[in-house]
Design a protein. Structure first.
Lengths: 238, 238
DNA sequence: CCAATCGAGTTAACGGCGTATACTTACCAT
DNA sequence: ATGGTAAGTATACGCCGTTAACTCGATTGG
């Protein structure tokens, strides 16, 4: 019975090698540069052989995308855990790790957070499932914000205002990882959107016409956002 | 001497038709769907003929990108001018127009603001020039913020803090349209990044796992940002 | 130990793509 | 009328994803 194990082992090794070459191509030339023929060529194979391991290029890219989410999540987790016990410095470390990874891995960032490619479109759709790599990444930030909220709430638009204006809009998010206070869900989205906007603009080069050192801007923005989370004043009024 | 005019006229008409077909393909299938062969097929021509009008696919896409910037800028301008005289409602109308156009034109938005395609990479580089369509679009927001600032400054991190932490980082932006106060430059970037992040996440479908009605979230975020611009309190302290 | 099976990989082909080169054709100015 | 020039075509090269038919070696059951 050791024999099928061996076959499985070989197969898994091949899958790993395919994805490794796919990533090399991704890094070298962006998402568009990933091609079955190039991968096969680099592996000393012919392109149709890859169909023994993946249904097609799209599936390969989708799986690579999942791997990258996991890799980045791991990195952010490590940065968080290396930042001590206080929730706020932990959150700060997470944002810095996210930007750092994104800036040093622009091609990977593009694949994860850029416009959905034809084949990856379906991948985005499945983010609703809690075990989706993307959802698990989001849950990291959601989790620490929840922790912080229960530790010491920060001022947000009054709950009533949020409820009136948002309604059930945040329902998918609030139900994704156990029930969430609407204040936490709102703050998560507001903060994530700012973080994403800043990093994406930098990675995509859309800030080069305006800014020479995006990290300085990033640093200020993170500080201002975190300060909003510490000021334990009563909620601002409508 | 009317004859060369006629030739020029025909040539211009052909260029327009090529770009129109390119846009149709863009809308139908995203930036990747733009292909010289498909355009030529739709026009009853052969692909190499297009090289009489554009140096290659990349140049065609770059020019289309410029046109789209102009189209969107025009639309935002109209929305602004239809919003009365007060600067703040004008700015609000501009952000709403920007989101509205983006959501209804996801393919075009992707081309303008998504990850730079191989060929458009060079296009992004040239945004430094003030007459670049992208720069002229940014100038719209820059302009109204400047106007608002001179009318009634809003609280930002103290000028000294901004100077210390940003240094000359914003120099390209501050010099792009005549000299700008660092407070205006910073507020512009901070606000633009939030606006971009929100709209891009919505257009790219990255919010679908969390939010059912992105417009409600957008509305709240814009209101909060604008409120920051009206509170004429003294600058918050470091 | 042998035969049946199955999985990995190959070759060949189809249609799509950008693009370069060489050729034709129609129009324009002299 | 003629020479030049711009528009457009035909052909070809090398990429691409994907499919179908086939080979071959390893695994498995008898």
């Amino acid at each position: 019975m050791t024999v099928p194990n061996r076959r499985e082992r070989l197969r898994k090794a091949t899958v790993t090698e395919i994805k490794a070459h796919a990533r090399r191509l991704l890094v070298a030339g962006g998402p568009q540069a990933i091609s079955l023929r190039a991968i096969a060529r680099d592996m000393g194979m012919t392109a149709p052989a890859i169909y023994r391991y993946f249904p097609g290029l799209d599936a390969l890219v989708a799986e690579l995308t999942g791997d990258l989410y996991d890799e980045m999540r791991e990195l952010v987790t490590q940065a968080r855990d290396a930042a001590g016990e206080e929730p706020l410095p932990r959150l700060a470390a997470m944002t810095r790790a996210f930007r750092s990874w994104s800036v040093t891995h622009p091609a990977e960032f593009t694949l994860l957070f850029g416009a959905p490619l034809p084949g990856v479109a379906g991948f985005v759709e499945q983010c609703t499932h809690a075990d989706h790599p993307g959802a698990r990444f989001g849950a990291l930030f959601l989790q620490i914000l929840t922790e912080l909220w229960h530790h010491s709430p920060w001022p947000v638009p009054p709950t009533q205002t949020l409820r009136e204006r948002l309604g059930d809009t945040l329902a998918p998010l609030r139900q994704s990882q156990g029930p969430l206070p609407v204040e936490v869900a709102y703050t998560f989205l507001s903060g994530w959107v700012r973080l994403y906007g800043l990093v994406a603009q930098e990675v995509f080069g859309h800030l080069r016409w305006a800014v020479t050192d995006p990290e300085a801007l990033f640093s200020i923005e993170v500080d201002r956002f975190l300060k909003q989370l510490t000021a334990d004043a009563p909620p601002t009024h409508h």
